[in-house]
Design a protein around this ligand. Sequence first.
Ligand SMILES: [Zn+2]
Length: 233
Amino acid sequence: MEDLIKFGDIEIQYKKKEIKNIHLSVHPPNGKVTLVVPKETRLEVAKAYAISKLSWIRHQKKLFLEQTRENYLKYEDHESHFLWGRRYLLSVNYSDKKSFVKLEDKKIILTVKLKSSRKNKEKIVQEWYRSKLHEQIPSLINKWQEKMGVKVNKYYLQKMKTRWGSCNPISKNIRLNTELAKKPKNFLEYVLVHELAHLLEPTHNENFINILNKFYPYWKEARKELNELPISN
Ligand SMILES: [Zn+2]
């Protein structure tokens, strides 16, 4: 017997079998969810189990979706790529000299060596995104350090799957997701302010909220919009 259990946007295919333990799985590539339970399990028990695992299910589904999206990028002509929230069409040129990326009108022009692999093209585009972030971040850090009365030791860029930024209040180092270069610029600023606020308050407590309210009153709207965007695209 196979059934469908639904919790909001999550659909779970539910099946009873001659087994000893409950098996909950999220399957690639589309994030299909299955729940297989021992024959004698009551439906309410199976449901309660699934509910307790909903955030894990959501997380797994998100990872699969991101993977699909990432593999989908081929770095070929006419493909959509984003910079600061704007969509550009990729145009690939081949040259035997240096590889580089140039922005032109509504196009991102990628120049690479003949027979460059997809991976190589990706690397060059990633480097370009990093350089775009490096153009923006130091002046933003200066602006907010002064406003908030904090001091950053170093900042790092890193491609992260599950978070936009992080802060180590002891070393005073912050880490920002390179994917931020693809989102509208105000999100970079919002994430930066959030991480700088951790230099004043390491945890997300009331004091932290007060700090955000004081320095970045629209943080709730920014957070909501940012969370609705996929981390990678
Ligand atoms: Zn935080």
